[in-house]
Design a protein around this ligand. Sequence first.
Ligand code: ZN
Length: 229
Amino acid sequence: MKLLVVSDIHGNLLALERVLEDAGEFDGAICAGDIVGYGPEPGGCVEKVRETGFRCVAGNHDHAVAMGDASDFNPHASEALAIHRRLLSRWDVEWLGRLPAWLRLELGGVKVAVYHGSPRRPLREYVYPSYARQLAHEFLNQTGADVLILGHTHIPYAVRLGPRALLNPGSVGQPRDGDPRASYMVLELDGGVVSVDHRRVEYDVGEVARRMRQLGLPEPLAARLFHGM
Ligand code: ZN
């Protein structure tokens, strides 16, 4: 079974479209949250995620848009969320509000759990690669998963513990590992054996930045896309 895994799309439809082209055919698709926030096309991303059939958890930005409360975000993120709330239809906002905090799935004989932040703080905790290895054992035991997928840090990694794995696909729409290309992951799940393929794909960053400026989204959010930071 070929599983497409993405996270942190952040309203960047051009990046998401390039990922879907690049990924080719797949048997299932997972999104680890933050469909909206930051980018120019939150509604287009919600629609694309839905029509592609992604199974998706809520990210902190999805939750904040749905609740209409961005009080614990930095000023740029909070400004972008206010713009997104105006751009999104009421139906899309309600759909975002119904996203679950986690997913537990059995795919290709493999138990898969998905959270945006972490199992102990689904919306908030940042599990960076520097301490992912330290936490992998605890999180995998806590969730009973063979494969635990997290997002939120915008940094891709894979920690293997024997046949089990703690994985982060990185960010489609706003990578923060110094590589501006959209980041995603393809898993092959086959009778309990998991192979992990981290992929990067270029997209038209200049065009996305242009659309962001046109909407009056904060300039630093556009500028950072060129640096992948
Ligand atoms: Zn995010």
